[in-house]
Write a protein that binds this ligand. Structure first.
Ligand SMILES: [Zn+2]
Length: 425
C-alpha cells in the first residue's frame, strides 16, 4: 500500500517552521519527502489531499498509564477486578490513539500483566492502540509511593512492594518474566503519600543499583520516579535510563543530569500537579487540601527545574500522569502548551518533546516522531497550526488524519465527506 499526501504544510519534528511539501508512504515507512509540489510521481500511490493542513509526526506520550482508569485515590486501582481492569485499559488504548498519540511509553501498569497483554493485543492487530512500551507495576519499598497497605488491612494500588536487594531482584525478574519492556522504580516519595512526601528518598542506593543491574542484564530499560534531589542523583549514578519529575533537583543534581544528558531522558509529568493546583476544585480538591499537600510549592519547583532542563539541553518528554480522576485520559496533549507557558519552551521545542524526543525514548531514535525519508510512517493531519496554538492538538476534533505504521486509523477523506454532507443538509 502506498499513499502520497499532497497540499500539506509539513512540520517534520525537527525544524522550527512548517513548509509546503509532499510525502510518500510505502508500507510502513516514509519513502520520500519533497518540498513544493509535483516532485513525486503519483502513479501507484493513493493520493490524499492535505487541504493545506499541518502534517506532523504522531505524538508520543512519554509518561503513560493506560491502566490508570480514572481513580480518585491510588488504592481505587487495587479494588478493580482484573477482568474489568483489562477492558477499561483496552478502552484507554483506543482512546489515546484517537487523540493523536501513536506511541506511548508506559510509566507503570496498575497490575503486573495489564500493560503486557494490551501491548500484545495491539501488536497482533486485534486492538486499535498506539505503539506501546509496556511496564510492570511501580516497584517500591515499604512505606514508599505505591504502598497503600495499613497495619490492620491489606490494600493494593499500582505498587509492587520489595525491600532490600534480594526482594528487588526478584520483583524485577518477575516483571521481566511476564514480558515488560521497561521497569519502573520509585526512588522518592510523593506529595500524594502523607508518610513519604516528595523530598523523602525512600529507596536505598543498593536497591536502586540492584534494580538497574537486573533490568539491564535482561535488556530492559529502567524508568524512575524521583522528586527529591538525592533521589535524582541516585538515579543518575546508577544509570537509570528515564528519570521522571526531578522537581526538587538541586544544582548538583542538575549538573549530574547535564553530564549524563546523552543517555538520560527526563519528563516532568506536569499535568497532574497543574490540574490539582488550578482545576482541583472541580473534583473536590479544595484549596486547603492543595495547600496542605504543598502542591503550589511543588509546581513552582517544577517550573524552575524545567527552565533549567531546557537551558541545559536535556532531552525532555511530555506526559503528565493522565489517567487519574483529576487528569482524564485524553487531555495528554495539554502538556505541550504547558511547556510553552510554564517552562519557557518555544512552540517548536515543546512539540519536539512530544514527537522526536519521545521517538528516542521509544527506542527508535531518528526514525520515530519525525517526518523524513526512512522514518516510520506515524503522522497526523491537523486542522490548525500547533506552532501557533498548541491547543489544536488537544482532543480528537482537529485531527483529520491519524496514520500509524503506514495504516490509516482515521482517513481524512471520511472527514471531508462528512463535512460536505452536513453542509448540504
Ligand atoms: Zn506516573
Amino acid at each position: 500500500m502506498a499513499y502520497l499526501i499532497v497540499n500539506a504544510q509539513v512540520w517534520d519534528g525537527e525544524n522550527d517552521e512548517r513548509y509546503p511539501a509532499e510525502v510518500l508512504i510505502e508500507h510502513n515507512r516514509i519513502t520520500a519527502v519533497a518540498r513544493g509540489q509535483g516532485q513525486i510521481r503519483r502513479d501507484g500511490a493513493e493520493v490524499i489531499d492535505g487541504g493545506g493542513m499541518t502534517l506532523m509526526p504522531g505524538m508520543v506520550e512519554g509518561h503513560c498509564h493506560l491502566s490508570f482508569v480514572g481513580p480518585a485515590r491510588n488504592q481505587d486501582l487495587g479494588e478493580i477486578p482484573p477482568e474489568e481492569h483489562l477492558l477499561r485499559t483496552c478502552r484507554n488504548a483506543s482512546l489515546i490513539l484517537n487523540h493523536g498519540f501513536t506511541s506511548c511509553y508506559s510509566a507503570a501498569s496498575a497490575k503486573l500483566r495489564l500493560d503486557v497483554v494490551v501491548r500484545q493485543e495491539i501488536e497482533d492487530g486485534h486492538l486499535a492502540g498506539p505503539r506501546y512500551r509496556a511496564a510492570g507495576p511501580e516497584i517500591t519499598v515499604t512505606g514508599g509511593l505505591g504502598d497503600e497497605r495499613k497495619q490492620h488491612m491489606n490494600a493494593e494500588s499500582f505498587g509492587m512492594i520489595a525491600d532490600g536487594p534480594d526482594e528487588i531482584r526478584r520483583a524485577v525478574r518477575l516483571c521481566c518474566r511476564e514480558g515488560v519492556d521497561n521497569v519502573k522504580i520509585n526512588i522518592s516519595g510523593d506529595e500524594f503519600v502523607s508518610y513519604a512526601r516528595a523530598e523523602v528518598t525512600s529507596m536505598t542506593e543498593v536497591e536502586v543499583a540492584t534494580a538497574v543491574e537486573v533490568a539491564h542484564e535482561w535488556n530492559k530499560r529502567v524508568a524512575a520516579h524521583a522528586r527529591a534531589a538525592a533521589s535524582v542523583k541516585r538515579a543518575v549514578r546508577n544509570h537509570v535510563d528515564c528519570i521522571y519529575h526531578c522537581d526538587f533537583a538541586d544544582e548538583e543534581a542538575l549538573d549530574m543530569l547535564e553530564a549524563a544528558k546523552d543517555r538520560v531522558i527526563v519528563g516532568p509529568a506536569f499535568g497532574l500537579v497543574h490540574n490539582a493546583v488550578f482545576e482541583g476544585e472541580a473534583v473536590g480538591m479544595t484549596r486547603e487540601v492543595v495547600e496542605s499537600m504543598h502542591l503550589p510549592r511543588k509546581l513552582e519547583a517544577t517550573c524552575r527545574t524545567y527552565e533549567q532542563m531546557r537551558k541545559r539541553g536535556m532531552k525532555v518528554v511530555i506526559g503528565g500522569d493522565y489517567g487519574f480522576k483529576i487528569t482524564p485520559m485524553g487531555q495528554n496533549a495539554r502538556d505541550i502548551g504547558h511547556f510553552v507557558k510554564f517552562f519557557g519552551y518555544s512552540p517548536a521545542e515543546a512539540l519536539r518533546c512530544a514527537t522526536s524526543v519521545g521517538g528516542e525514548l521509544m527506542g527508535h531514535k531518528g526514525e520515530l516522531g519525525v517526518i523524513k525519508t526512512g522514518a516510520l510512517a506515524d503522522m497526523l493531519l491537523v486542522d490548525g497550526n500547533p506552532l501557533v496554538d498548541q491547543s489544536v492538538l488537544v482532543g480528537p476534533d482537529r485531527l483529520a488524519m491519524i496514520m500509524k505504521d503506514g495504516k490509516l486509523h482515521r482517513d481524512p477523506r471520511g472527514r471531508r465527506a462528512e463535512r460536505e454532507r452536513i453542509a448540504a443538509e
